[in-house]
Design a protein around this ligand. Structure first.
Ligand SMILES: *Cc1c(COP(=O)(O)O)cnc(C)c1O
Length: 354
């Protein structure tokens, strides 16, 4: 399929790296492609970033049949642009598609289209360490129809956003709040897919957490409300004595690529890493026994996010001394050094766009 390119007639400039927040500055162009039953995925284009014209009856607005991904392109000191495990994101997106009855797409084709888009938007990639170009591939259901079924038509798009350093002032440990009343996802549901509704469902708990002064929600499993699943939109790790524990994937947890990367590095470094059930009671008990050394979240946006406090009902547990833990920092440094080309990419996670 040939990608038609229409150049934008704008002359916008990228804000200073220090003025970039997250997901606020969008670039000049986007990739779009449509799906119909007759034509499959067709009419791929790179066009100026602009509003879509979609009927109010489009199914995505009513029934939330939508999936997305989040990954980054980095500009290294040698000016090369690189991607980190990008294929894994598109493989996960096709799994999300399957889970949400959205047609599969050709991963190689979409990756090539994304690279072409990134090359065209090179001036939007900030260069300071910690900054990046955030990439948001999305698919939405577009049938103009009020009735619950899988749509027959879809729109695939990729938009890009210049993003600032997540930790402009260093990695500050965050306070997290255990949700007792709300759950994010249940086994048998769609928690393992990056689908819009999961995030809509998370809002009520995160608003409550914020009101109490907490940055993120710690989600427990939806059935027993005992076992830890995720933190906000990140996976979570606990260092208890010498064992690094992360919840095993049960169907209600999003399989994070940062999570997999941390598990691989831990194995390589000889750290005892367990993917297993871990209850909130076990975490409090480990803390009482002096075994809980560190807690941190993992995800593309923050890479690693140290946790300094956990609140569960009336109980408050504080971890560490207000500075990020040694293990969290070790993973953060190892991953960002690979991403920014400061360390050798021994795992073959990096792809240079040339
Ligand atoms: C995207 C996401 C993650 C992190 O996945 P990465 O691939 O590491 O960015 C974790 N949990 C949820 C709910 C997510 O949406």
């Amino acid at each position: 399929m040939e990608i038609r390119v229409t150049q934008a007639k704008t002359n916008r400039t990228r804000p200073k790296d220090s003025d970039l927040g997250f997901g606020q500055v969008f670039t000049d162009h986007m990739f779009v492609m449509d799906y119909s039953v007759d034509m499959g995925w067709h009419d791929p284009q790179i066009v100026p970033y602009a509003d879509f014209s979609i009927p109010p009856s489009a199914m995505v607005f009513h029934y939330g049949q939508a999936i997305f991904e989040g990954l980054k392109a980095y500009k290294r000191q040698d000016k090369k642009i690189c991607l980190f495990r990008a294929r894994d994101n598109f493989e996960r997106m096709n799994r999300s598609a399957k889970g949400m009855c959205i047609p599969q797409f050709d991963i190689d084709f979409v990756m090539d289209a994304m690279k072409q888009l990134i090359r065209l938007e090179e001036k939007w990639i900030p260069e300071t360490i910690g900054t990046s170009l955030y990439i948001r591939p999305t698919i939405i259901a577009t049938d103009p129809f009020l009735g619950v079924r899988a749509s027959f038509t879809y729109k695939f798009f990729i938009i890009l956003s210049s993003v600032g350093a997540y930790y402009a002032g260093g990695l500050n440990p965050v306070k997290i709040w255990v949700s007792k009343d709300h759950v994010r996802a249940v086994k048998g549901g769609v928690g393992e897919f990056k689908t819009a509704g999961n995030y809509a469902a998370s809002l009520i708990a995160s608003e409550k957490a914020k009101k109490e002064g907490y940055a993120q929600v710690l989600w427990l499993d939806g059935i027993e409300r005992k076992y830890i699943e995720e933190v906000g939109a990140m996976n979570i790790f606990f260092l208890m004595d010498d064992e690094l524990v992360t919840p095993n994937l049960t169907g209600s947890i999003l399989p994070g690529i940062t999570r997999y990367s941390i598990i691989s590095l831990a194995k390589k470094w000889g750290v005892t890493i367990s993917e297993r059930k871990i209850s909130i009671d076990e975490v409090f008990k480990a803390h009482e026994d002096g075994k809980l050394k560190e807690v941190f979240g993992s995800g593309t946006a923050a890479v690693v996010s140290p946790v300094g406090e956990i609140r569960y009902g009336d109980k408050v547990l504080s971890i560490g001394d207000g500075t990020p833990g040694e293990t969290a920092m070790k993973f953060y440094t190892a991953l960002t050094d690979i991403q920014y080309g400061k360390a050798e990419d021994k795992e073959n996670w990096i792809e240079i766009i040339d």
